[in-house]
Design a protein around this ligand. Structure first.
Ligand SMILES: Cc1cc2nc3c(=O)[nH]c(=O)nc-3n(C[C@H](O)[C@H](O)[C@H](O)COP(=O)(O)OP(=O)(O)OC[C@H]3O[C@@H](n4cnc5c(N)ncnc54)[C@H](O)[C@@H]3O)c2cc1C
Length: 455
């Protein structure tokens, strides 16, 4: 990096993708600003990963703290970019950033579009996950969970929801509803271990038996699948609390049934058969329906990006350059593209779950952030830059403007104060970890350790 190649880079979002990418920009000598909706950094590592995975979460926090200590890196929490937020992407670009890198995760929810899904008693897994991880404002929203819950989806997020229903809500029954069969389950065995004690062995075996013909028709072995489902739930396993977890395979939700008072009274499903599709299988409806008697439905079927961010958007994702340019990483995958104007929006990039929603674990988000960072660094190298002193002066100007415009923004030197206050509160309450559920309370905790932030 020569002295004449310093740029200002904005990263929208401080989840794993944004943080690890920002580190690459700062290390390459670019003055980097992270603008994050949440006061605290970490994204889903802080507010998605199950609360009792303390060691994993703390390990990640340690890495994030270290990143924020990077001198060329500025952080402003409590600043939302995009429609209805504090600053539009265009306004952000207008502050003088050569590149704006969107790492805002996948904040939109996915649903099935079935009748009855709007309203009380039907929830999106991410909203619930944010709730039990104490992310404002979800932390304060009531989630009236009943006693018989259907969770639609059969991946790791379904397991997290099951973990919550078993260990925090002690519901009577949870049924995981899957379009296909047990062979197509998408959760990891390691994750299942958190709730396997509550699997209803007899019900799982009976469910596979019920669909044995349909599994056999595509060459699947029902007995082996029962064994796989129950591999960590040997005979005699004592459940942790009252919850029984069951599966309902080969079932596509068609309607949320509501009673006269609007309360959820069931989930109507259509029975499916499996059809071979290359190396995989697909579900095909049979027209036969049944109502599962449940009082709560949770969709755990992945997320989509948030179109209100203001980037070109189609089918749950932001539009990226459809024309491969060649390279490793392939630059087009990270370049934002305007299909209406048929052109790449120069200097605008997406990484992590903002590029590909609900794609993998923290390690994958990091990898994607760092791959995207390589693409962005190559772009920056192709643009005229400033010398180091010019970069510092420009950064100081942006810093001043952001502080003036967003007096309630939380800069990086205040995050350790908040964390210290949380530790103190946790010790006072005798709990392993504590978070305030309101932004105002977090800001007040910071203020108690510094001078007041303006009201
Ligand atoms: C329920 C659940 C459980 C998970 N459990 C695990 C696990 O146990 N282990 C594991 O390795 N991975 C787990 N993951 C996956 C992991 O959390 C993700 O891979 C990773 O967090 C994605 O990183 P990201 O940076 O792309 O997005 P995110 O982590 O979602 O970060 C996005 C960031 O952008 C900010 N933001 C959003 N909108 C705006 C805006 N408009 N303006 C400014 N900032 C904005 C948010 O505040 C947030 O900080 C889990 C995911 C979920 C959903």
């Amino acid at each position: 990096m020569t002295d004449s190649k310093t740029h200002l880079v904005a990263v929208v979002g401080a989840g794993p993708a944004g943080l690890f990418a920002a580190k690459k920009f700062a290390d390459a000598g670019h003055r980097t600003f992270i603008l994050n909706r949440d006061i605290k950094p970490g994204g889903l590592a802080e507010y998605g990963i199950f609360p009792n995975k303390h060691a994993m979460k703390e390990g990640l926090r340690k890495q994030f703290r270290k990143i924020l200590e990077t001198p060329a890196l500025s952080y402003f929490g409590n600043v939302r970019i995009g429609g209805g937020g504090d600053l539009t992407v265009e306004e952000l670009r207008g502050l003088g950033f050569t590149a704006v890198v969107v790492a805002a995760g996948a904040q939109g929810t996915k649903s099935l579009g079935i009748p009855g899904e709007e309203g009380e008693g039907v929830f999106h897994a991410k909203d619930l996950v944010y709730h039990y991880n104490d992310l404002p404002p979800f932390s304060l929203r009531p989630f009236a969970i009943g006693q018989r819950c259907a969770v639609v989806g059969i991946g790791n997020v379904m397991i997290d929801v099951a973990n919550y229903l078993v260990h925090y809500k002690q519901v009577g029954e949870m049924v995981a509803v899957a379009r296909r069969g047990p062979a197509e389950r998408a959760y990891d065995r390691r994750e299942m271990k958190h709730v396997c004690a509550n699997l209803d062995r007899a019900a799982a075996a009976a469910e596979v038996e019920r669909i044995a013909d349909r599994l056999g028709a595509v060459g699947q072995d029902p007995a082996a699948l029962v064994a796989a489902l129950l591999e960590d739930t040997p005979e005699g396993t004592v459940p942790e609390g009252p919850t029984r977890i069951r599966f309902r395979f080969l079932a596509s939700p068609k309607r949320v049934v509501r009673d006269a008072g609007g309360r959820v009274a069931g989930l109507e499903i259509e029975e499916n058969v499996l059809v071979a599709k290359g190396d995989s299988t697909a579900a095909k409806g049979t027209g036969k329906t049944e109502v599962l008697p449940v009082d709560t439905v949770v969709f755990a079927i992945g997320d989509r990006v948030d179109p209100s961010l203001g980037l070109p958007y189609a089918d749950g994702t932001f539009s990226t350059n459809p024309v491969p340019r060649g390279g490793d990483p392939e630059p087009s995958l990270y370049e934002v593209y305007d299909p209406a104007a048929k052109r790449v929006l120069e200097g605008l990039f997406v990484i992590g779950w903002s590029r590909k929603a609900s794609d993998g674990l923290v390690g994958k988000a990091r990898q994607d952030g760092e791959s995207g960072a390589k693409v962005v660094l190559a772009y920056l190298a192709s643009r005229p830059g400033m010398d180091a002193a010019g970069g510092e002066a420009a950064a100081a100007g942006v810093d001043r403007r952001l502080r003036e415009r967003f007096p309630r923004a939380v800069p990086k030197d205040r995050i350790p104060l908040l964390e210290a206050a949380e530790r103190e509160e946790a010790a006072r309450r005798g709990v392993p970890f504590f978070k305030w559920p309101r932004n105002e309370e977090m800001l007040a905790a910071i203020e108690r350790r510094t001078s007041p932030l303006p009201r």
